[in-house]
Ligand binder design. Structure first.
Ligand code: URP
Ligand code: ZN
Ligand code: ZN
Length: 472
């Protein structure tokens, strides 16, 4: 059935206007002022509402095995939470737990395809590298994957040495792919963690103290230099320090193809949150930093240094021994309590995929830090362009997938766990006053969220083969 979304304020990356959107066969057919209403159309009144492209979150970890447990949202529950938060496309990371990259990707499809409730794609982690893996990386393109993530931390687990990162960058460049880098100083972390444990310093705060900001800043700089030597573009994930953002800014001013992503948690929280009684809720890697870093990252968003805001959604229960109700069933998944008495055993990661759009709308657009257009650029259009999803995703224009969010700019709520739909027992933004909320969400023309009602389905989300990357 054709849908006519009538009279909304349509917000794209670079324009805002009042108009109508005609949707048919999963696609946006027409965007215009006053599309004539016909009998065969179902009309949705969007007057006094905003209409935005569905959000694109390019950094999620669903059902990720870690420390004898698994992140508590899978490819259904996480997609559902994303949809309630106005996100209709996610890119998840495939673990390299075998030396056959195709087998790794197939395993992730096995986990995701039958559960997916929104559209999705994958990045491939390269956490072990040799000539055989070098040979296999270009083949990822045939699997619809144009991006690989490497790590400068997590020694003996995920980290590659600089020579291997440099080689991955060269291969990626030759094959039109983008390298994503997790930038921290793995060697310094190893030393500091051992020293902390030897001294009996086991509280969550020591997670932040043993992963110093200077190591992240140094690693961002090293990453930029490796990419410069490889003559390759690079995308730095979850940027968390003011100093790192300054290196990205300098590189971009020199014309280098360096792209930076940050996540809301690095804007709103600091290492002091780890000192709370429930501090393990804020354990993620890289860790939360200082207020000065928060401010530096906000500046980097406002002045265009950073191109995307993703979530690094990787939730764990705060207390996985106590079940919560999820879709009528009681669920408990071991979580942060695994690290009681030893911060190194606390699973790393935070919930966020459902929070991103609403929290950032209030805190960034509502405070005039960025415009509504910039919001759409950072949340939808830039991530879609960079990772080869555009113009299918990330924009409201004829021919694009009808992934649309009708947004009520006047609705005010006190946010928290009850709104967020993540399959976990806490929300980082509990009690935050928000103005501006998702009202309806469409995935390829099908309504999947209506107010607080879930209309989405397991298996209705499609894997999207991605086209060429674009360096913004
Ligand atoms: O703490 C986090 N971020 N866990 C997910 C893995 C990663 O490095 O992004
Ligand atoms: Zn990472
Ligand atoms: Zn991550």
């Amino acid at each position: 059935m054709a849908i006519l979304i009538q009279g909304g304020t349509i917000i794209n990356a670079d324009n805002v206007f009042e108009g109508d959107i005609l949707v048919e066969d999963e696609i946006i057919q027409t965007v215009a002022v006053n599309i004539p209403e016909e009998k065969y159309m179902k009309v949705i009144d969007a007057k006094v509402k905003l209409v935005m492209p569905g959000g694109v979150d390019v950094h999620t970890h669903f059902a990720l095995p870690m420390f004898n447990t698994v992140s508590s949202d899978d490819h259904y529950t996480g997609h559902k939470a994303a949809a309630f938060g106005g996100t209709t496309t996610v890119i998840d990371f495939v673990s390299q737990d075998k030396n056959d990259l195709k087998a790794c990707v197939d395993a992730w499809h096995e986990k995701a395809d039958s559960k997916a409730a929104i559209d999705f794609s994958f990045h491939m982690n390269i956490s072990h590298f040799d000539d055989e893996i070098a040979r296999q990386i270009p083949g990822l393109r045939n699997m619809g994957i144009n991006s690989v993530k490497v790590f400068t931390a997590y020694n003996n687990r995920l980290r590659l040495n600089d020579g291997h990162i440099y080689r991955v960058m060269r291969i990626a460049k030759e094959n039109g792919m983008l390298v994503l880098v997790h930038a921290e100083n793995g060697d310094v972390i190893e030393v500091l963690v051992q020293e902390a444990l030897d001294a009996g310093n086991t509280y969550p705060f020591w997670h932040a103290k043993t992963r110093p900001a200077e190591g992240a800043v140094e690693s961002v700089y090293r990453t930029i230099k490796l990419a410069e030597m490889a003559q390759a573009p690079v995308y730095i994930v979850h940027m968390n320090t003011k100093g790192g953002a300054e290196h990205v800014r300098d590189a971009r001013l020199r014309g280098l193809p360096v792209i930076g992503e940050t996540c809301p948690q690095y804007l709103f929280f600091t290492e002091d949150d780890l000192m709370r009684k429930d501090g393990s809720k804020w354990i993620c890697s890289p860790p939360l930093r200082t207020q000065d870093d928060n401010i530096g990252l906000w500046n980097a968003i406002e002045n265009g240094t950073l191109q995307t805001i993703a979530t690094d959604h990787c939730p764990f229960f705060f207390d996985g021994s106590k079940p919560i109700e999820y879709e009528g069933e009681m669920v408990a998944i071991p979580g942060k309590e695994l690290g009681k008495g030893d911060f190194t055993k606390i699973p790393n990661g935070l919930p966020g995929v459902g929070d991103r759009m609403m929290v950032m709308w209030t805190q960034a657009v509502g405070t005039n830090k960025i415009s509504a257009n910039q919001f759409v650029r950072l949340m939808c259009t830039n991530p879609a362009k960079i990772f080869g999803l555009y113009p299918k995703k990330g924009t409201i224009q004829p021919g694009s997938d009808a992934d649309l969010v009708i947004w009520d700019p006047n609705m005010e709520i006190t946010y928290g766990k009850d709104y967020s739909h993540h399959r976990t027992d806490y929300n980082l933004y509990e009690g935050m006053k928000l103005k501006g909320m998702v009202e309806k969400v469409f995935l390829r023309g099908r309504k999947i969220v209506d107010g607080r009602e879930w209309l989405g389905k397991r298996g209705a989300g499609k894997f999207i083969h991605r086209n060429d990357i674009l360096v913004l």
